[in-house]
Design a protein around this ligand. Structure first.
Ligand code: ZN
Length: 392
């Protein structure tokens, strides 16, 4: 089926100034700077993914330490309950025995008890009985004393455990909060230095190609603006024919999520360019994001980077000019996920990670530049059933 678009788009060269490098020569300098940075920082280059893992682990350790202390207290409390019950029952028994011996000690009761003997044997038995009762009352009293002491000790222990716990909670609270804060500053999809170098190298190669095309040779002083071929259109379309937002832009699971996740489509579903433009970046099989495509677009005179992650198949390369009918690739995210034998640790099921940021792609998506993709709400559960559905 052919989709008839209700608006006209044109692809025409429009001079555009790149934000950072303005000439091919400057772009080459940026590439050289990245390579130098990689060499300089190789020793202390910290892997973002490892840092995130370490911080997540520190939170889990702190939380499990607290929960262990809490469970210790529960055990101590239940020990005290047992001890209280034992104490109560022994107190009652002792009381009964003591009452009996007290009764026996009063002369009348003793005489009465003895004179009730029916035989010599019975009399001896009664004398023994009184002696034993007195002795066992003594033992019980001793045991009772011991139990009371133990009970007191248990209470002291519990109090100490409770103090330890509240000290732990106080000291960890700040630490956990700090760790969560640190995690929220991470963008898991941030490219590592090698990928940034690849992005820059691809861009240099593309502008070298455009320079040769235009001037018949590589001209370092040629401005990117004069070399750029920009596909212009004044509208946005959905990148999929249907779908449902499953995750929004913002801090999620402790780290920053820079796009909308769109589910509701199986792997292999075609993904279209949401706006016409030029492919400005392609990262294959990235450890967090999988196959990632970046497309520079201009809508309403504003420059944007559109980005599409977790793709199963990619049909475009850097420098390609695409329009809104171009199938740039297909939905992945299930078979490509590390949990299902793939390479991408930042997905578990089939979906498209679709984002829009102000400005052209330079190798980094700046958080401050990320916007809610036009035509979408930043709200989980929003569904659409056509590329022309528009929210807002
Ligand atoms: Zn996502």
């Amino acid at each position: 089926m052919i989709i008839t678009l209700t608006f006209a788009y044109t692809i025409s060269p429009i001079p555009v100034k790149a934000k950072e490098a303005e000439t091919l020569g400057e772009l080459k300098q940026e590439l050289a700077a990245l390579k130098k940075q990689k060499a300089d920082n190789e020793a202390n280059q910290k892997n973002t993914q490892n840092q995130i893992k370490a911080k997540e682990n520190a939170i889990v350790t702190a939380e499990s330490d607290i929960s262990q202390a809490q469970s210790d207290i529960e055990t101590a409390e239940s020990n005290i309950e047992d001890s209280n019950a034992k104490l109560k029952s022994l107190t009652e028994q002792t009381k009964k025995v003591l009452e009996f011996t007290q009764q026996m000690k009063s002369k009348n009761a003793y005489v009465e008890y003895m004179s009730g003997a029916t035989s010599m044997t019975d009399l001896i038995m009664r004398i023994n009985m009184i002696e034993q009762t007195t002795e066992s009352a003594q033992n019980m009293l001793e045991e009772l004393e011991k139990l009371i002491e133990e009970n007191e000790q248990l209470k002291v222990d519990l109090q100490k455990k409770q103090q330890d716990l509240s000290a732990k909670i106080t000291s960890y609270q700040a630490k956990i909060q700090e760790l969560h804060g640190d995690l929220e500053s991470y963008d898991k999809f941030e490219l590592d230095i090698d990928s940034k170098i690849k992005v820059k190298q691809d861009q240099v190669n593309n502008y070298v190609r455009l320079s040769k095309q235009k001037f018949g040779k590589e001209v370092d002083t040629a401005t990117l603006a004069e070399l750029d071929v920009v596909a212009y259109n004044g509208n946005w379309l959905k990148p999929l024919k249907k779908g449902r937002i499953t995750s929004t832009i913002g801090s999620r699971w402790g780290s920053y999520h820079n796009a909308l996740d769109i589910g509701g489509n199986p792997e292999g579903t075609p993904i279209y360019a949401a706006a016409s433009g030029t492919v400005s970046g392609f990262i294959p099989r990235y450890k967090c994001g999988g196959n990632m495509v970046y497309i520079n677009v201009i809508v309403g005179g504003q420059k944007y980077t559109t980005y599409y992650y977790h793709l199963l198949k990619v049909n475009v390369k850097v420098g390609d000019v695409v329009n809104q009918n171009t199938i740039i690739g297909t939905v992945g995210g299930y078979s490509t996920s590390s949990s299902h034998g793939g390479y991408d640790s930042c997905t578990t099921g089939a979906h498209l990670h679709f984002g829009v940021a102000k400005g052209y792609f330079t190798g980094t998506i700046k958080r401050a530049n990320v916007i809610t993709p036009p035509g979408f709400p930043n709200r989980t559960g929003y569904t659409f059933s056509s590329r022309t559905d528009y929210y807002g």
